[in-house]
Design a protein around this ligand. Structure first.
Ligand code: NM2
Length: 545
């Protein structure tokens, strides 16, 4: 086992913080819950503004960078080829950043807005119905994807352009913080990020497991018990641990590709066997509604909540702020991951690709799955909301699927898809967690290290599930993400500083005129390619850890 490459202070720091949070929750669940809820109310109530501002700024910043001179910078040297084709690249980034939660919320988010609409609109009215399929798309739309993309900029820049073999958040803010990064501040930044991600992933697991359990129960009749849910978590862990262990090209990419095709199948099936015209029209209209109200939605905070006579809905805290916080805890991880797979692309391609493919992907899920449910509700063929209020959201999701032709097959495919979606988020999370606790990452993080984080990622949710409190974990993760907002600002600043410096320097630099003939250049490229593929083959073979 190779341990020389491990950055022990970060490794141990993250574990200690994890235990410091988990143990009190295990031993004093009630008090722990109260404390976490209080902290959450405090954060979202008082700093909701900061979250929404961060979202808008990230969005504006990325558009600016994409079309500026900095956007033209290529990740890697001039002749670097794209490491992954665009379809695989988009599938990987989508599968990494989006987990089983999209199946959950894509199916059912509208039902919550239908009952508790935004902007003080009365529930059940025409207006409320209009907003219900649109708001989910907004919460998974361009601002959300901008939050995801921002950290990728400095990270990819340092990894491929400045060629520092370090995949760490702290390293990406070095231009701003300088030598401070080498001390406790750098470790704190990495530990906070790891902690936030463990929390965010916990939220994913907390939502995904009951839904998968409902699917299995529907198919096999096995009652939903703690044992079944534990089994599901272990199964998912094993799948993604194998994938993370096999690495980027063999494990993660293969699973992401399967994920993509299976998702396309489910979406096409619902689209064609469901109400095709209703789905198309409602999705299209929702996009218009969002475009028309983009800034209103992006800034709505209910500032008059304390004014007499104004009835507070709590919508912004419960939804938009919660969502931005959830995207933020995942963002540095997705940034690291997107950076890692983007060799050979320009910054502009990386930004626009992530934001556009990401948003389109989410529109498809919300538009197709959500509007199928909404259609059932509006036509009266199945009372989704009544069913959900009685039996909970996970059961309602499976019940909606049961309205499709070949329902059994669809529930089965959906359940498998949920498991794979979960696994593709968790394999890349453990891959990145391993990278962050290493001093250097040459091609891939060490294998034992990847495996270690795969199991750690599940340990906390598993333990908390036995204490019966996955929801507290969900809330805790959002609280844990608060410091990450500030890291986001640092990341943006860092990228601008470093890339502007380099651009300025290269302007002052006169390339010497060298005369080499074409044959010689071709020979050289060929030789270098050969060397690179030999090196890659060697790295693949290394089972040194
Ligand atoms: N986000 C996209 O569970 C998941 O789908 C992972 C969730 C942040 C809302 C990410």
């Amino acid at each position: 086992m190779n341990t020389k490459l491990i950055d022990w202070p970060t490794f141990i720091g993250a574990l200690v913080l994890l235990l410091l949070v988990a143990l009190p929750l295990v031993f004093y669940p009630e008090a722990g819950k109260e404390f976490v809820n209080m902290a959450n109310d405090f954060m979202t109530g008082n700093f909701g503004f900061l979250y929404l501002l961060m979202g808008l700024l990230a969005f504006a910043f990325l558009l600016f960078v994409a079309f500026s001179k900095n956007g033209k910078i290529k990740l890697g040297n001039k002749e670097a080829e794209k490491e992954f084709g665009t379809i695989s690249w988009a599938a990987m980034l989508f599968a990494a950043g989006i987990g089983s939660s999209i199946l959950y919320w894509g199916m059912i988010e509208w039902a919550y807005y239908y009952q508790g609409p935004p902007f003080g609109i009365e529930a059940g009215t025409q207006e409320a119905i209009q907003w219900s399929p649109a708001y989910g798309i907004f919460h998974w739309g361009p601002i959300a994807w901008a939050i995801y993309t921002l950290p990728a900029l400095p990270i990819a820049y340092f990894y491929y352009v400045r060629r520092k073999p370090v995949l760490k958040i702290s390293e990406a803010v070095r231009p701003v913080l300088g030598r401070l990064v080498d001390g406790p501040l750098g470790i704190t930044i990495d530990v906070l990020f790891i902690f936030g991600l463990l929390g965010g992933a916990g939220t994913t697991l907390a939502l995904g497991t009951p839904m998968i359990a409902e699917g299995i129960n529907d198919l096999t009749g096995i009652p939903i018990t703690l044992g079944l849910k534990t089994g599901i978590m272990l199964l998912c862990t094993i799948i993604f641990a194998i994938s993370a262990y096999s690495g980027l090209r063999r494990g993660i990419k293969v699973l992401s590709d399967i994920n993509l095709w299976l998702a396309i199948f489910v979406l096409l099936f619902i689209f064609f066997f469901g109400p095709t015209l209703f789905i198309s029209e409602t999705t299209f209209t929702s996009i218009g509604l969002i475009a028309d109200n983009f800034f209103k939605m992006a800034t709505w905070l209910e500032p008059f909540a304390n004014v007499e006579g104004y009835s507070e809905t709590g919508f912004p805290e419960a939804w938009t702020v919660f969502y931005w916080a959830w995207w933020v805890v995942y963002a540095p991880f997705v940034g690291l991951f997107v950076a890692r797979i983007s060799r050979g692309r320009t910054i502009k391609e990386m930004i626009l690709g992530t934001m556009i493919y990401g948003t389109i992907g989410c529109i498809l899920f919300f538009g197709i799955m959500g509007n199928f449910g909404l259609y059932l509700q509006l036509t009266g063929s199945f009372d989704v909301i009544g069913f959900m209020d009685q039996n909970g959201a996970p059961a309602a999701i499976i019940a909606i699927l049961n309205q499709l032709p070949m329902a059994d097959v669809m529930v089965a495919v959906f359940t498998i898809l949920a498991i794979i979606f979960l696994a593709t988020t968790f394999d890349s999370s453990s891959y990145i967690l391993a990278a962050v606790v290493q001093k250097e990452v040459h091609s891939e993080p060490l294998r034992w290290n990847r495996l270690f984080w795969a199991f750690t990622l599940c340990l906390l949710p598993l333990v908390l599930m036995f204490v019966g409190d996955l929801e507290t974990l969900q809330t805790a993760s959002i609280v844990a993400g608060f410091p990450v907002i500030f890291i986001m600002f640092l990341l943006a600043w860092s990228f601008m500083k470093a890339s502007n410096e380099d651009i300025k320097e290269s302007r002052n630099y006169e390339p010497p005129t060298i005369h080499i003939n074409r044959r010689e250049i071709v020979e050289r490229i060929r030789k270098r390619r050969k060397e690179r593929s030999a090196l890659e083959a060697l790295e693949d073979k290394q089972v040194d850890d």
